[in-house]
Design a binder for this molecule. Structure first.
Ligand SMILES: O=C(CO)[C@H](O)[C@H](O)COP(=O)(O)O
Ligand SMILES: [Fe+2]
Length: 208
């Protein structure tokens, strides 16, 4: 398990975007067996991003398959992009009323300051480290100042990175202050996902 400093814990959440989509249940259970703390499901609508993935019915079907192993993980989290809504406070309230934690994500082109007015509505802030839409893209190291800025402002907040995060890029994320790590291809395509998850965790725990 991750060590804890203040209230911030290291959590590793594999993205199943690049997993074998013909066997999603198998992919999800495998990731949890390999030590994942949570699963990251990218709901894409073909409008906000140029890709279509899956919607709420699929999430609903998959959920019973991991509820047992994730019993300790706490409430589910629903992350929305700040750029995709004109009314973040109402959206955040509805997510909370539905019993979930609120995550607010920003795309690479969105200044970190734009999330600040809504930060106290959020349990987590997600800094995208690729242009959202596809797995397997190159990590954008120039997003790290956003993570650093957020960590300095919010020592106890969950700060997540997503996109191109793997063994060669985790140290930059960890040093900048990210504690929730989404990793897709680097984990699901690895020969030994358990080892990759544990190395990602070690990097974050070291930095915490
Ligand atoms: O949100 C995403 C893409 O929009 C994915 O979660 C992300 O890209 C994960 O995949 P990888 O680690 O392969 O980049
Ligand atoms: Fe994602």
């Amino acid at each position: 398990m991750c060590e804890q400093q203040k209230q911030v814990k290291c959590k590793i959440g594999p993205s199943i975007l690049n997993a074998d989509l013909s066997n999603l249940e198998g992919a999800c259970v495998k990731m949890l067996d390999c030590g994942a703390d949570y699963l990251h499901l990218d709901v894409m609508d073909g409008h906000f991003v140029p890709n279509l993935t899956f919607g709420h019915p699929l999430v609903k079907c998959l959920r019973p398959k991991w509820i047992e192993p994730m019993a300790d993980a706490g409430a589910d989290q629903y992350t929305f992009h700040i750029e995709a809504t004109k009314d973040a406070p109402t959206l955040a309230r509805k997510i909370k009323e539905a019993g979930m934690k609120v995550g607010i994500g920003i795309k690479p082109g969105t200044p970190v300051e734009s999330v600040m007015p809504y930060a106290d509505l959020a349990d987590m802030i997600l800094v995208m480290t690729v242009e959202p839409g596809f797995g397997g893209q190159k990590f954008m190291a120039d997003m790290m100042p956003k993570v650093k800025y957020l960590r300095e402002k919010f020592p106890d907040m969950d700060i997540e990175v997503d996109g191109g995060v793997g063994l060669s890029t985790i140290d930059a994320c960890a040093k900048a202050g990210a504690n929730m790590i989404v990793s897709g291809s680097a984990v699901v395509k690895a020969e030994d996902p358990q080892s990759v998850i544990s190395q990602l965790r070690e990097s974050v725990v070291r930095a915490l």
